[in-house]
Design a protein around this ligand. Structure first.
Ligand SMILES: Cc1cc2nc3c(=O)[nH]c(=O)nc-3n(C[C@H](O)[C@H](O)[C@H](O)COP(=O)(O)O)c2cc1C
Length: 325
């Protein structure tokens, strides 16, 4: 019954991981990807993408963070995995699902799903290079153009020593277009001995239940659903445990906490503006008041002005709550 927060390049960094794991319900996180070409990368690259390495690879709330590697060459992937393990990564996760054209052109991510043998070689090399105590996991899609290699790819990962895999229930060609084929995740699971984590299109408790039913997986990974509804993992857990739901979270609190953490971490003004707008727009899909705020700040480039709008939006919500009670 684990819930893993999906890796999301340019969205889920250590600040967001901290915030979301504080809200609760999340059992594991994954970093943004460390891109590996030919070289052994310096430790600072790993620390930049995973500052949690300074704290045994865990968020301040104690949730382990897997270190995600992306690349197509077995040897450098193995060397960098060994370095990540030395620096204290709790586990290594290999990205075989990224659909981005630039990544696929450089022989990484989903493009490797056309060659199960290479999935095996990369995963096997990494498995050999890191200590037995460091789990190696991988994330795949159902295929590149179509699903014909779905089971073969997953079996290659199992044979190579992956401890578990996450399957995003779509091909690279499907992109992010619904639906996610949860039944296909089930077909893969039935052909493996290792654990299969189901991923794709979980936006609600009902989706979660349906995904588990169709895939047969105990564990799920959720990405955009948690960004849009930051307490989704917590609500799912409470529902599973038959516990009363917590009161709905205040999305402006989440945004303000994000803003404060980013300032404390000395993030640039550009980061503050862009990421606050990004998250406001994502939250806005599920929360009309956040969408209203997004329309107010979307062209704003002054972080202080954005902050003032955020405070105003929060106090407007507080006022209307007071009027309602
Ligand atoms: C903006 C964005 C960035 C992503 N970055 C990564 C990544 O770095 N590695 C990866 O394996 N998947 C990445 N994904 C895919 C997600 O991890 C996940 O598989 C996908 O969003 C489907 O799950 P969801 O429907 O719960 O969002 C990304 C997705 C999005 C939308």
């Amino acid at each position: 019954m684990r819930i893993v927060l999906a890796p999301m390049e340019g969205v889920v960094d250590h600040i967001v991981r901290d915030l979301l794991t504080q809200i609760g319900g999340i059992d594991q996180c994954v970093t943004e990807f460390v891109r590996v070409s030919d070289q052994l990368l310096p430790p600072r690259v790993f620390y930049r993408l995973c500052p949690e390495l300074h704290h045994e690879g865990k968020t301040p709330n104690g949730v382990p963070v897997a270190l995600q590697l992306l690349g197509g060459k077995a040897n450098p992937m193995a060397e960098n995995a060994a370095r990540a393990a030395e620096l204290g990564a709790p586990s290594i996760d290999i990205n075989f699902g990224c659909p981005a054209k630039t990544v696929n052109r450089h022989d990484g991510g989903a493009s490797l799903l056309r060659e199960p043998k290479r999935l095996y070689e990369i995963t096997h090399a990494i498995r050999q290079a890191v200590p037995d105590t460091t789990p190696v996991t991988a994330k795949i899609r159902l295929g590149f153009e179509d699903k014909t290699l779905a089971i073969e790819n997953a079996q290659a990962l199992e044979e190579a020593g992956a401890k578990e895999i996450t399957v995003h229930g779509r091909t690279k060609m499907d992109g992010y277009k619904p639906p996610a084929y949860w039944d296909w995740i089930g077909k893969i699971r039935e052909n493996l001995k290792i654990n299969v984590i189901a991923n794709g299109e979980i936006w609600s408790i009902a989706n979660y239940q349906q995904c588990r039913k169709e895939s047969g997986s105990q564990d799920v990974m959720i990405g955009r659903g948690i960004i849009r509804y930051p307490d989704l993992a917590l609500r799912i857990k409470n529902y599973q445990l038959n516990q009363a739901s917590e009161p709905a979270i205040d999305v402006f609190d989440v945004l303000l906490r994000f803003f404060h953490s980013s300032q404390q971490q000395n993030k640039s003004k550009r980061y503050l503006c862009d990421r606050t707008k990004q998250w406001t727009s994502l939250l806005g899909i599920g929360h009309p008041a956040a969408m209203e705020l997004f329309h107010t700040i979307k062209r704003e480039i002054d972080a202080e002005v954005i902050y003032r709008h955020l405070l105003n939006a929060k106090s407007r919500v507080q006022d209307s709550d007071r009027m309602a009670t």
